[in-house]
Ligand binder design. Structure first.
Ligand code: TRP
Length: 332
């Protein structure tokens, strides 16, 4: 019997290379060894964006199309949408009952989210009841499939700690049933943004998986290089190159990296030329992924079928777990 993995993403729109290199590539690897459940957390999106739902469906489709394009395989993994598995909401009720208020109040992830929200204007600057329940809902996602491991970024580990606390409490109260899920850390910040800071959708410094080759090339030309270099035949300093050389180290072969480095140091390669080559390299690496994404964009009915089938499959397993939970809690 394979061990179980659960992980999800809030559907915030098209994914970028940070997601691809930091998260999705990791998921792709895990698919063969584990029984994997990957989902779009549309309820979690509502915790902060309940007043802005007009793009939510399209964002959910976009996220899942990006996964499929990158190699998440519906034959190997169960791909679903959180809100299509209503059993999670029922589990959330039981878990909410056994979670002390101060466990969620001291959740550092939630404190960060609250800080960001408060700095914004409008309706959603309030902290609502649903947002307070964020870690409980996340625990429901994880425990719904009795997961053993949860691949997440470091920023999510505090949530998983709460999940482990809730698991122990459930097992103590009602009998040993749930596994204590462990976080599996994604390597974060593998790739920085075009400005050298963390790559992020809202920082306007990202390259999307779904960007065209032209857009990618244009974006790459804005990437920061060695700031001390004025003319193209000045000797360069690859180690001080803030973005372009870092990208070469991710996308280039060992041989290519060596050539770029040597030519830069000797002043034989200008930054513009270097970035044009880099864009070609990135575009050719992403070509098969983008081709696959284009296919799904043109066949959205297939994507919807994958989501429906996956959600159906997820529900079968969820119903099994839930019936045991109901039994343990002594529901009628
Ligand atoms: N909170 C996660 C994030 O923002 C998304 C998420 C929701 C999740 N439920 C989960 C991740 C369950 C792992 C397991 O990235």
């Amino acid at each position: 019997m394979k061990q179980t993995i659960v992980s999800g993403m809030r559907p915030t729109g098209k994914l970028h290379l940070g997601h691809y290199l930091g998260v999705i590539q990791n998921w792709v690897q895990l698919q063969d060894k584990y029984d994997c459940y990957f989902f779009a957390a549309d309820w979690h999106a509502l915790t902060t964006k309940y007043d802005k739902t007009e793009d939510l469906r399209q964002n959910t489709l976009d996220v899942i199309m990006d996964w499929l394009a990158c190699g998440i395989d519906p034959e190997k993994s169960t791909i679903y949408v959180q809100s299509l598995v209503p059993e999670i909401a029922e589990l959330n009720i039981y878990l909410g009952m056994i979670t002390p208020q101060n466990w969620v109040e001291r959740d550092p992830c939630l404190k960060d989210m609250a800080k960001i929200l408060k700095s914004k204007e409008g309706q959603a600057s309030q902290i609502n009841f649903g947002l307070m329940g964020y870690p409980v809902l996340m625990s429901s996602d994880i425990m719904m499939f009795n997961a053993d491991y949860v691949p997440v970024g470091i920023d999510q580990v505090a949530h998983i700690e709460i999940t482990r606390d809730i698991t122990r409490r459930f097992n103590n109260l009602y009998g040993e049933f749930f596994h204590e899920a462990k976080p599996l850390l994604n390597h974060c910040s593998l790739i920085c943004g075009l400005d050298g800071n963390k790559m992020g959708k809202s920082f306007n410094n990202d390259i999307k998986i779904s960007d065209t080759e032209e857009v990618t090339a244009k974006k790459i030309m804005t990437a920061i290089t060695d700031r001390s270099r004025l003319r193209k035949d000045d000797p360069g300093h690859p180690d001080d190159c803030e973005v372009a050389f870092k990208y070469w180290k991710i996308f280039g072969s060992e041989e290519e990296i060596k050539i770029v480095q040597d030519e830069c140091i000797k002043g034989q390669r200008g930054c513009a030329q270097c970035k044009r080559q880099l864009a070609e390299k990135i575009n050719s690496t992403l070509a098969p992924i983008r081709q696959k994404r284009k296919y799904y964009e043109e066949h959205q009915d297939e994507v919807i079928k994958i989501i429906e089938d996956g959600s159906q499959r997820a529900r079968l397993k969820a119903k099994e777990v839930l019936s045991q939970v109901r039994n343990l809690v002594k529901m009628y």
